[in-house]
Design a binder for this molecule. Sequence first.
Ligand code: 5GP
Ligand code: ZN
Length: 114
Amino acid sequence: MSADCIFCSIVDGDIPARTVHETDDVLAFLDANPLAPGHTLVIPKAHAQHVGDLDDDLASDLFAAVTELTPRVQAAVDAEGANVGINDGEAAGQEVPHVHVHVIPRFEGDGGAP
Ligand code: 5GP
Ligand code: ZN
């Protein structure tokens, strides 16, 4: 855990979030400012700022959660597709310095990728 990290505080239960999936190492919860209904964030519970900081096992666990969750999230909101992605680094738009995978449901005619 890292002091002053919002997502570590969510993992610790100090900030509430709407959890949609949890394993020993990974947590998924709804984005507080969703770009679309069902917008979900999938994070490693251990603090890491960049994807390159993840060890192979954790990277694998994180991606396994994403592959399992993405169709479930889409089905939950009747979406036809999803943007699945990571903003890695401030220059790429990363605002929360704890690795997170966005799963953003998409609907035909909604304007496409962000
Ligand atoms: P980034 O720009 O870092 O890739 O995305 C950060 C995401 O975290 C944003 O979509 C933002 O809405 C979300 N977010 C920021 N603070 C919170 C929070 O306290 N709770 C939840 N559930 N989402 C948050
Ligand atoms: Zn953190």
